[in-house]
Write a protein that binds this ligand. Structure first.
Ligand SMILES: Cc1cc2nc3c(=O)[nH]c(=O)nc-3n(C[C@H](O)[C@H](O)[C@H](O)COP(=O)(O)OP(=O)(O)OC[C@H]3O[C@@H](n4cnc5c(N)ncnc54)[C@H](O)[C@@H]3O)c2cc1C
Length: 562
């Protein structure tokens, strides 16, 4: 008995100690490790430096613009990583970059480059200037072999005139060219010339032979021209010539550039030549959060709560400071959707008193204009915030924190915010039914940059007759059903959080009454449950004025002790 009496107190003391200990280890959102790294042959770019990078001469650049909170971008990460490691062989002419448009520092960059859906993959040639050349060339595929094909074409047309090392030469050999002329076009380090025919095979071989800087590769357009080098004309051929013109014929295992290169590499190896070192193959990343984050995740997983103040604030913060400001221009239906969403934010305010003031002024501003640029919107928000007391308290998620970097977070907080709004709408009855779901529809259609999520939800909303919601209770259930359909689609998906598997909500263990004897959902009980868990009184956290200081996270202690 005595032991039982002490258990809750001991648990509480341990919880407080861990939280206090964790306070010193907590990370801010901005310190999230990026999705890619140099070890993957991918350079992560932050802020304005991209424009300078793109202006570099003698180099093609492949840039992936992504949103780390999007499932499709995370799903694609392993493929892109693997491709980047494989393309390390082209490093002398190609650099690969990643820009995370979910980051505050990249808002302007993603707006300037007109990123509306992610992942967006673009190619940039040497000396690219945003003002003169536009936004780059879209690569409309995420299949590595197709990306590589487009790169081959673009890299073969690139300007290497200011190259510091040996320049690749993609123009075919001219009739009458002698071996000495060809050697002279390269620098002294070149000890072999590799002749390749036909042209397409030659272009790819030039790129694949870049790790061998002592081999100059030239294309033979017309097979007859092999005779210029004392060789027998042949439909498909590759020949290695040393400076004295002695040819070593190569017999590739297949009719592909990789087979050519493999055979040449074998021969060079025999002759004592080695290639530049390459990166080890990319492994799938699967890092579980540690320390303070892991503690929060454990807490949330063992709690019955679904609603945390920090997540609601975070959804609004990200929307106002990142998602809208990174939009170039907002007019027409898109503008109406924005106005509607900000009105919902104001009506069902989750921020402190100054937050409400800011939203009031923002709504007023949006009724004074008929269109707005993302930059103007950002200026208005910034201006209002400087005139008010600090509004946003937390820089981290709580109920929506992922157990691995990047999972859950913003997408989770959006769902949570809008479920909460549906329940508030039913209590307050100030807006017609379906106002909240229409708001989420507008957000998904115009301001949610994850390609598949946005398109899927728009289709789903039409299929589920979003406009036919007649009562507030129907609206709560509509969103619950729509969300469960997305959960079903994503169940077992590789982009998901390993500790938060996608299941039908609510789980039986949290709401046994929500299930009938036959295992179906009891909609009346589900409605009661949703009203209970997405309720203000169930909201963990307080609404005291807080400060959001850059590079400084506040403790989430108060959110957990309630
Ligand atoms: C409108 C929209 C459409 C999306 N479409 C896609 C898509 O097509 N592809 C894709 O990869 N990702 C999509 N996402 C993201 C995806 O749904 C998840 O948000 C993301 O994977 C994070 O998942 P999570 O584990 O945090 O839980 P989430 O699904 O984000 O749920 C957040 C919280 O809501 C509660 N919850 C879960 N289900 C319900 C429910 N039915 N009713 C009420 N509460 C519930 C739980 O407490 C859960 O922790 C979409 C997001 C949004 C906002």
């Amino acid at each position: 008995m005595v032991w039982h009496f002490w258990v809750p107190y001991l648990t509480c003391i341990i919880l407080i100690l861990i939280v206090q200990e964790g306070h010193s280890k907590q990370r801010c959102l901005d310190e999230e490790p990026p999705l890619y790294s140099k070890e993957d042959n991918i350079h992560v770019v932050v802020g304005a430096s991209l424009k300078k990078i793109l202006a570099e001469p003698a180099m093609g650049k492949l840039v992936q613009f992504l949103n780390s909170y999007c499932g499709n971008c995370r799903r694609f990460a392993h493929t892109f990583r693997k491709m980047a490691v494989d393309l390390q062989k082209w490093n002398r002419v190609l650099r690969i970059y990643a820009v995370d448009c979910a980051r505050l520092e990249n808002v302007k960059l993603c707006r300037d480059f007109r990123i509306t859906l992610t992942p967006t993959i673009r190619y940039y040639p040497s000396k690219f200037q945003r003002i003169r050349h536009g936004i780059g060339t879209d690569i409309e595929t995420t299949i590595p072999s197709e990306i590589a094909d487009q790169l081959i074409e673009s890299l073969s047309e690139n300007d290497y005139s200011e190259s510091k090392g040996v320049k690749p030469i993609f123009d075919p050999i001219e009739p009458g060219n002698k071996l000495n002329d060809i050697y002279e076009q390269f620098d002294n380090k070149v000890t072999y010339i590799l002749l390749v025919h036909p042209v397409d095979m030659g272009i790819e071989t030039i790129l694949n032979m870049l790790p061998y800087p002592d081999v100059g590769v030239r294309i033979i357009k017309d097979a007859e021209m092999f005779a210029q080098f004392g060789l027998k004309p042949c439909k498909q051929m590759v020949a290695l010539l040393n400076r004295s013109g002695k040819a070593q014929l190569i017999k590739p295992a297949g009719k592909s550039s990789s087979a050519y290169v493999e055979s040449v590499a074998g021969l060079l190896h025999q002759n004592g030549h080695t290639s530049m070192p390459t990166l080890p193959p990319a492994e799938p990343e699967y890092i579980l959060s540690e320390g303070y984050d892991a503690f929060i995740v454990d807490y949330v997983l063992n709690s019955t709560k679904v609603l945390f103040q920090a997540d609601l604030e975070q959804a609004i913060y990200q929307f106002l400071h990142v998602e809208i400001p990174k939009t170039a221009f907002i007019s027409g239906f898109k503008f109406k959707a924005l106005r509607h969403i900000i009105r919902l934010f104001r009506r069902f305010n989750v921020l402190n008193r100054d937050g409400r003031r800011m939203l009031n002024s923002l709504v007023n501003h949006l009724f004074e204009v008929t269109e707005i640029t993302g930059e103007e919107f950002r200026d208005v928000v910034d201006d209002l915030q400087t005139r008010l007391d600090p509004i946003f308290a937390e820089q981290q998620y709580v109920g929506c924190l992922g157990s691995t970097p990047h999972t859950r977070r913003f997408s989770c907080s959006l769902w949570t915010l809008f479920h909460y709004f549906t329940v508030l709408a039913a209590q307050m009855k100030v807006y017609p039914p379906s106002s909240v779901t229409i708001g989420l529809y507008g957000l998904a259609k115009f301001f949610y940059d994850c390609k598949d999520g946005s398109m899927y939800f728009v289709k789903l909303a039409k299929r589920m007759n979003i406009a036919k919601v007649r009562t507030h209770d129907e609206e709560i259930l509509w969103l619950w059903e729509a969300h469960n359909e997305v959960n079903e689609k994503l169940a077992g998906d590789a982009s998901g959080d390993p500790r938060f598997p996608k299941v039908q909500f609510p789980e039986r263990k949290h709401c046994p009454d929500c299930y009938t004897h036959s295992g179906e959902f009891d909609r009346d009980e589900v409605l009661k449950y949703l009203k209970r868990v997405y309720n203000l009184s169930y909201l963990s956290g307080d609404a005291e004025p807080h400060s959001r200081r850059s590079n400084e996270c506040k403790s989430k202690k108060k959110y957990l002790q309630k």
